[in-house]
Design a protein around this ligand. Structure first.
Ligand code: ADP
Ligand code: MG
Length: 483
C-alpha cells in the first residue's frame, strides 16, 4: 500500500535515531518505509546479545534495497524487515536471525514476504540437514578408508534441501552461487588446494578449490564455517561451499570474501608498520582467535573452536589494516554437552614450524580441549613476533628487521619434525627479541606478551582473551589509536 504522505515509525536504537528521536518515533518521506532490524553484538564481556533497532527509511531505491540487505551473505549477522502499510507498523515487526545448524526456521530467500513457515516444515528441514551432514560425513570416512574418489557427490545433496546451512546461505543458494562464479586468476596455493580470485555478480570473491584427495578437509572447513555464531570481523567471511563432479572427477569449492592484500606472510615481506598499525593488526588477530576459542552458551550458542594451524600464511590482511583468520581445515570443536572434541583429533597435525613443544613432544592430551587452545596460543606468539619485526618502533623509523619466518635461522626451509623438536623442545629455543623493540612501548608490550604465549608450560600461557584485554588496556592507557 502506498500513502500520499509519509508514515510514522517506531524509532529505537542509537544508530537509527541519532538526534535522540522524537518521542520514540520518526516520520518517513512520502512512500518511505518503516524498518526493524535485529543484530548480534558482542559485549565487552565477550557475550553475544541480540540488539533491536527500528526507524525510518527513504522511499524506493535506496530504502527498498536496504530492506533486501539481509540477503547479503557476508555481513555481521543482521536481519532487516520493512513495512509501509500503516503508522508504527514496524512495532509489530520481529525480524529473526537466520537459523544455524540447530536452528528451527528456514531463512527467507526473499525479504520477509509473508508469515514464517510452520515449525513442522522447519523441523523436517532441520532433520533432513542433519541426516545429510551425517550421511556426507559417513561417505567421506568410507571413501577415505577405501582410498577412492566419490562417483557423484551431488547425488548426496538432496535437490530440495533449501535451508538450514548454519551461519551461511541456504544450501541451494550456495549451489547457485557456485554456478554463477567466474574464475579470474590463481592467487595462492596451500596444502589442501589452490585459491582463486573470482567474480560473483560483479563482486570479487575468493574461491578455494580443494585437491580431489582432500575432500575431508573441504568437508571439515565447510562445517566449521557454518558453525553457529562463527561470523566475526576477524574471521574470514564465508559465502558458500559446493561440491560438483561427474563419475570421473570431483571439484570441491569454498567461496569466501576476497582480501587483496593477501596473507599476513606475504604482506609483511614488503610492508613496514608503525606502532598503531602493529597494534591494530595484533589486536585484530587476537580478537579473531578469542572469538574462535570462546564458548557461547544457550540454544543458539557457539562451541569453542581451536584452529590448530595458526600461522602467518593462514591469516589474511584486510584493507582496513585488520586481519582475518582463515583456513579451518584442521579445526576442532568442543561439544560442551558431551564434554568431548567433535572429531577424533591426532596429535601430529598443523605446520611443523609453528608446532607447540607439547605437540612436538607428543604429550598433548587430545581429550583435553583446553590443550588445543594453548597450542594455538604458542603459534600466535610466533605470529606476533613476525609482525613486530616489521614495525618501525624507534624515532629513526626505517630501522626494521627483514621479514622472516620463526626459527628461520636455526632450521632448514622445510624443517622436519625432528628438526623442530631439537630446537623447540630439546634446546628450548624461542625466536630472538631484538633490543630495539624496547624503544617503543607498543612493541615492548607485544614482546612481553609473545613470550607469555610461547611459554614451554602450556597452562602458564596467556589465553587469547587475556591478550586481547591487555592490548585493549594498553591502547586506553597509552592513547595509541586502534583502527
Ligand atoms: P590451504 O588450506 O590450502 O593452506 P588457505 O586457505 O590457507 O589454503 O589459502 C592458501 C593461500 O591462498 C593463503 O596463504 C593466501 O595467500 C591465499 N588466500 C586464501 N584465501 C584468500 C582470500 N580470501 N583472499 C586472498 N587471498 C587468499
Ligand atoms: Mg593454509
Amino acid at each position: 500500500m502506498r500513502l500520499s504522505r509519509g508514515i510514522d515509525c517506531e524509532c529505537a536504537g542509537a544508530s537509527a535515531c541519532p538526534d535522540g528521536s522524537n518521542n520514540g518515533t520518526c516520520t518517513t518521506q512520502v512512500n518511505g518505509y518503516c524498518f526493524a532490524t535485529v543484530e548480534e553484538v558482542e559485549t565487552e564481556a565477550g557475550l553475544v546479545e541480540l540488539e533491536r533497532t527500528a526507524g525510518c527509511l527513504p522511499p524506493d531505491e535506496s530504502g527498498f534495497m536496504q530492506c533486501k540487505s539481509s540477503q547479503v551473505p557476508h555481513r555481521h549477522p543482521k536481519v532487516i524487515e520493512c513495512c509501509n502499510e500503516s503508522d508504527l507498523c514496524n512495532r509489530r515487526l520481529q525480524p529473526r536471525l537466520p537459523p544455524y545448524l540447530s536452528g528451527t526456521e528456514p531463512p527467507a530467500l526473499e525479504p520477509a514476504p509473508g508469515p514464517a513457515p510452520s515449525l513442522l516444515v522447519a523441523a523436517a528441514l532441520g532433520v533432513a540437514l542433519v541426516a545429510f551432514l551425517a550421511a556426507a560425513l559417513l561417505l567421506c570416512r568410507r571413501r577415505r578408508r577405501a582410498g577412492k574418489r566419490p562417483p557423484s557427490p551431488p547425488a548426496a545433496l538432496p535437490a530440495d534441501l533449501s535451508s538450514g546451512s548454519g551461519s551461511g546461505l541456504p544450501l541451494l543458494v550456495q549451489r547457485t552461487v557456485a554456478k554463477q562464479i567466474q574464475m579470474v586468476e590463481s592467487i595462492g596455493k596451500g596444502r589442501y588446494g589452490e585459491v582463486w580470485l573470482a567474480r560473483w555478480r560483479g563482486e570479487r570473491v575468493a574461491v578455494k578449490v580443494f585437491f580431489t584427495t582432500e575432500e575431508a578437509s573441504w568437508f571439515r572447513e565447510t562445517e566449521i564455517y557454518q558453525t553457529v555464531l562463527m561470523r566475526h570481523e576477524n574471521i574470514l567471511g564465508f559465502i558458500a561451499a559446493d561440491i560438483k563432479g561427474t563419475g570421473s572427477w570431483t571439484q570441491m569449492l569454498l567461496i569466501t570474501d576476497y582480501h587483496e592484500r593477501g596473507s599476513l606472510h606475504d604482506y609483511l615481506q614488503t610492508a613496514v608498520l608503525d606502532p598503531p598499525a602493529l597494534l591494530t593488526m595484533a589486536y585484530s588477530v587476537v580478537s579473531g582467535l578469542a572469538h574462535l576459542h570462546m564458548d557461547i552458551f544457550g540454544t543458539k550458542g557457539k562451541p569453542a573452536i581451536a584452529h590448530r594451524d595458526i600461522k602467518s600464511k593462514n591469516i589474511l590482511v584486510k584493507r582496513n589494516g585488520q586481519c582475518a583468520i582463515a583456513d579451518f581445515g584442521l579445526a576442532v570443536r568442543f561439544v560442551a554437552e558431551r564434554d568431548e572434541v567433535d572429531i577424533a583429533p591426532n596429535t601430529r597435525v598443523g605446520t611443523r614450524r609453528y608446532m607447540a613443544p607439547e605437540v612436538l613432544a607428543e604429550t598433548l592430551q587430545v581429550t583435553d580441549f583446553e590443550a588445543f587452545k594453548m597450542a594455538d596460543m604458542y603459534s600466535l606468539g610466533l605470529v606476533l613476533w613476525e609482525m613486530c619485526r616489521r614495525c618501525a618502533a624507534g624515532d629513526r623509523a626505517q630501522q626494521v628487521e627483514p621479514y622472516a619466518l620463526p626459527y628461520h635461522d636455526v632450521v632448514p626451509p622445510d624443517p622436519s619434525f625432528d628438526d623442530m623438536h631439537a630446537v623447540v623442545v630439546a634446546r628450548g629455543m624461542r625466536p630472538p627479541i631484538p633490543s630495539r623493540w624496547a624503544k617503543h612501548p607498543a612493541v615492548a608490550a607485544l614482546a612481553a606478551l609473545m613470550a607469555e604465549c610461547w611459554h614451554h608450560n602450556p597452562p602458564v600461557r596467556l589465553t587469547a582473551l587475556r591478550v586481547k584485554k591487555t592490548l585493549a588496556k594498553f591502547h586506553a592507557d597509552c592513547d595509541v589509536k586502534l583502527v
